[in-house]
Design a protein around this ligand. Structure first.
Ligand code: SF4
Length: 473
């Protein structure tokens, strides 16, 4: 319902716990924000992997009986939002196969940029695909490897794929965690007593009482078995391009991602935004929940009080029945309601993390003005989103991104805001406290560190109206 980029997927794995599938269930529960279309767990008792997957959210997908059936001390799990491949059960993960190397279950977060070519090539060689997801390509490459050892077959197959992949794999007796050489998507390692845990975000570890130890490094393969944890680094080093949008919006603020607290980084974006684009106002109001951390930073830096001028209804389902008679701002009102006592007569600084198409932001500005606000100044805690993502994030085509097709002044007019400013790219990278080259910023620059899929080139031919250097002017 909100006009946001969609999260990709969440992955989780645990080795050495007597209730591994229940821990995976809880881990996935904490990662639910990363994907709501399907969920699945594969578990092994040391000899045989079994899996259960279904469409829907974690709490609805698994019953006590199902989790009891998923016996063993090793489990991997996945929550999915379809970044590649249609939204249907066949594409849900873990994908479990049995091949010459034995059983293997795969959970993938990210998107491969050469999946189409590999699929064509494998198809010509007689491969039959069960799914339309890019992740299955990895398993075909693995199954065809002539390497004698499982880990060599994994290395051989991964050497052929390009793009974004944080993988959690299970064989009957091993948990394997992999991060692509660029480190696009996060993957953390933790401990829970004697057990080893891997998860997309540390919030999954918090829920089960595990302690974060470190991140899986870009290009690293971790093999966790009864004989301990081994690290392989078989790929040539590559430029680090971690997804900065994890810090802007995707990851939960209570997580540590790429070694940094999401809350701290997101709040810092707000502080920098307040320094870059100050404005006279009476109240700072976040768009809940995505704008809360940045609005806190904006308020702290500017000295203007933070007020929850919009209240979010957390219990909205995916669909609702609309009345025949039109109600103003109905769509957004189902989820957000303005607090008139905070907004009436005030100069409101409205802080949100991003604008994609602009449709929701416009409704929110109108709603705040209808609640009596004198002025609404919109402040966005990332640069304008001008280009699609090919690395595992569901973005609309460039023609649908408002910042790709409108100037800053045109966007302001469309939103009916009194002023509009975005965080600069320099400010964004200062907020992650890291050198620019450590992060991917392609959706803000249109410059891609890893060549995008050849069939997607057409959608980048649209000329930009708001060039990146004009972002805060
Ligand atoms: S293009 Fe944007 S969303 Fe995609 S990986 Fe890069 S920073 Fe993240």
């Amino acid at each position: 319902m909100f006009d946001k980029l969609h999260e990709e997927c969440g992955v989780f794995g645990i080795f050495g716990h007597p209730e591994a599938s229940k821990m995976a269930y809880l881990g996935l529960y904490a990662l639910q924000h990363r994907g709501q279309e399907s969920a699945g767990i594969a578990a092994s008792d040391g000899e045989r992997l079994i899996t259960y997957r279904a469409m829907g959210q974690v709490a609805d997908v698994f019953s006590e009986a199902e989790l009891t059936r998923l016996q063993g001390s090793l489990a991997v799990g996945h929550v999915r939002y379809s970044t590649a491949g249609a939204s249907k059960l066949i594409n849900a993960q873990p994908i479990l196969i049995d091949c010459q190397h034995g059983q293997i279950a795969l959970c993938h977060n990210g998107n491969l940029v050469n999946a189409a070519e590999l699929r064509e090539e494998l198809g010509r060689g007689g491969a039959i695909f069960q799914t339309s997801s890019d992740s299955e390509v990895i398993l075909h490459l693995y199954a065809r490897s002539t390497a004698a050892r499982v880990e060599d077959a994994i290395v051989e197959s991964l050497a052929q794929i390009r793009g974004a992949f944080s993988l959690v794999l299970a064989t009957a007796d091993r948990l394997i965690a992999v991060r692509d050489p660029h480190g696009f998507r996060p993957l953390a390692v933790g401990r829970l007593g004697e057990a080893t845990v891997v998860a997309s975000e540390t919030c999954a570890m918090d829920l089960i009482g595990a302690t974060w130890v470190r991140d899986v490094e870009p290009g690293e393969i971790l093999i966790i078995s009864a004989s301990g944890m081994r690290s392989l680094k078989p790929f040539p080093p590559a430029t680090r391009t971690q997804c900065v949008f994890e810090h802007v919006y995707f990851a939960r603020p209570d997580s540590y991602v790429f070694g940094e607290s999401v809350n701290t980084v997101r709040t810092e974006f707000g502080r920098i935004l307040a320094r870059e684009s100050p404005v006279l106002g009476d109240v700072v109001v976040p768009v809940p929940d995505s704008g809360v951390c940045a609005a806190t930073g904006f308020s702290e830096e500017s000295g203007i009080p933070l007020r929850m001028g919009l209240i979010r209804n957390h219990y909205v389902g995916r669909t609702f029945i609309e009345p025949q008679q039109s109600i103003r701002h109905f769509g957004v009102k189902v989820k957000l309601n303005p607090v008139r006592s905070i907004l009436d007569g005030q100069r409101v600084i409205l802080v949100d993390d991003s604008i994609v198409r602009g449709t929701t932001s416009r409704k929110i500005v109108r709603m705040i003005k209808a609640a009596g606000a004198r002025e609404v100044h919109v402040r966005i805690s990332c640069p304008p989103t001008i280009s699609p993502c090919f690395y595992g994030v569901d973005t609309p085509r460039r023609s649908e991104l408002i910042a790709a097709t409108h100037t800053l002044e045109e966007i302001r007019k469309y939103l009916e805001a009194d002023s509009l400013k975005y965080l600069s790219l320099t400010g964004l990278l200062a907020g992650v406290n890291s050198h620019r080259s450590d992060y991917c910023t392609s959706c803000y620059t249109g410059v891609y560190p890893v060549p995008f899929p050849r069939d997607q080139a057409a959608q980048l031919t649209l000329p930009l109206k708001l060039v990146p250097s004009e972002e805060t002017s």
